[in-house]
Design a protein. Structure first.
Length: 153
């Protein structure tokens, strides 16, 4: 899992090549208007991908049918907020226990999740930082490009 974000907090905090690739290669299945808001909140990826990317051509918007409207009406109140907060705390504690036990996934990476009211995301400390460090190390081994804008005398 990468990120779960709600519409109140669409901007991804970690603005680096790793998350830019994750965002640019996003393949949403539905929620076209939500995707447009997400793209607006994360325009910073254009520093890495000027064209922006996103596989949006097949994305359908979500229609609010009677079932959805009913469920949202039932939980858009104090009880719904209490349930939401309670589930968030349960999830948060579950992931904290996994981190404390240094549990690993099937690929051998330490499990870690940051949980907040508006998002759940992998703890970048366990995978993202390692990938970025390897990326920087490979970049530092590349020869420096000659400044072609300098005029020869």
């Amino acid at each position: 899992m990468n990120y779960y974000v709600d519409e109140a907090c669409l901007e991804i905090e970690e603005k680096n090549v790793f998350t830019a690739v994750e965002i640019a290669t996003l393949l949403p299945m539905q929620g076209k208007s939500s995707l447009e808001h997400f793209k607006q909140a994360n325009k910073w990826i254009r520093a890495y991908f000027p064209a922006g990317a996103y596989g949006t051509s097949q994305v359908k918007d979500i229609k609010a049918g009677p079932g959805r409207r009913f469920v949202e009406a039932c939980f858009n109140n104090g009880l719904g907020n209490w349930i939401d907060n309670r589930l968030m705390r349960i999830t948060q504690k579950r992931w904290e226990r996994k981190e404390q036990k240094k549990m690993k996934n099937e690929h051998g990476f330490t499990l870690g999740m940051l949980v907040d009211k508006h998002y759940s995301k992998p703890n970048p400390e366990y995978f993202q930082f390692k990938v970025l460090e390897k990326y920087r190390a490979k970049l530092s081994g590349l020869p420096t490009l000659v400044d072609v804008s300098a005029k020869a005398v």
